[in-house]
Design a protein around this ligand. Sequence first.
Ligand code: URP
Ligand code: ZN
Ligand code: ZN
Ligand code: ZN
Length: 467
Amino acid sequence: KASATLIKHGIVVDAHSETNQEILIVDGKIAQIAPSISDYPAETKIIDASGMYVMPGGIDVHTHFNIDVGFARSCDDFYTGTRSAACGGTTMIIDHMGFGPKGCNLHHQLNVYKESAKDKAVIDYSFHGVIQHVNDEILEEMASMVEQEGISSFKLYLTYGYKLDDESALRALTRLNQVNALTTVHPENDAAIALRRTQLLEAGKTAPKYHAISRPLECEAEAIGRMINLARLADDAPLYIVHLSNGLGLDYIRLAQRNGQPVWAETCPQYLLLDDSCYEQEDALKFILSPPLRPKEELEKLWAGLIDGSIDTVATDHCSFTYQTQKQRGKDNFTACPNGMPGVETRMPLLFSEGVMKGRISPSRFVELTSYMPARLFGIYPQKGCLAAGSDADLVLFDPKQQVTVSHDLLHDNTDYTPYEAMQSHGWPVMTISCGEVVSCNGEFMGKAGNGRFIRRDPFLRQKLEG
Ligand code: URP
Ligand code: ZN
Ligand code: ZN
Ligand code: ZN
């Protein structure tokens, strides 16, 4: 027996349109979209979306669930992480695999990650490949994963334990370009950070605020500019900058885009909504992440990038440690505190509230940033990222009139705080549908562990993206 749902009276928002339509879902897929649908199965469940925006479910292409960072493990696994995502209107995540034990290969890591997500994820998921170092063997392994495993993006870190030097980055960019994979990068100048950090520690400057002072925005902007030029040298390899936090870096990205270079950028709600005054607060350890929160004037520069199209996606970098863990580790020394913060559940509501409801971006642009461009860039369009017949029935219903005071008590993650406590959200995702099933309704989680599927992604094809 077919299971069917009909969504009526909503304003259907896609990346390029906003129309009054009805949506018929049959067996997990969108069967039909039309102004009026009269032909549907007898036991069809009817959802009245009066006054709501009906949008493609969010796709968060930057999470770190269950990640082992050496001296700590992030506290959301694929169950609590995807549960939290679902309750915030997100219907797919692409997680960053950890580095794994030294010397382990990518297939090993992929199997470990598939195993840890399989019985836990409540929504669909995929992974980005992450590499420890570059050699011929790993380059060939990456190449083979694109077709064989449906992994079509790989992340390079330019700082932290397994940082890549310029030669390695250039080799990776070149090979990934040849095999139609997208290179993503965490850009920060490791040498400059290491020097500043040593100097700060020698001077006894160990308070949380020195975390931000140890890695100023020039460290990030320099690495962005360097990676853009290396990508150009790698026969114009496609490049995706993750978690952009500042205007100077954005200017380098704009310059490359103006020159026709295939460069895209992601920012995150924390860089749009929070600034470095958080490091003056008593609970400053909650805001230890890299890149750090920036001076207030950077926020409007990033909003301008969302408005003018030079920033392409908003993801979260959800990498949660409890405040308790952060205090245990970092109270005497910022360098001992694990980096990262939660956010997978608040991305959609806060971007909607601060972006759409404040009139900075249109509902369609919101969809473009949170679902359509993520799907296109990471090889899952049109299966996801749009509302069209044949696509997965992954949707979110947004009530623009619902006002919510954000509080960790309302959220569904496994941490013990939200960086957005007490913020007012105008508009809220009141229902999330994943593959035709309601997984969240009015703040209540209704999904099931193990229902999420591993999604094989298409190779990255620039022609397809521009066509
Ligand atoms: O501080 C952060 N962002 N931790 C997660 C790892 C990363 O750099 O994306
Ligand atoms: Zn990063
Ligand atoms: Zn990250
Ligand atoms: Zn789905």
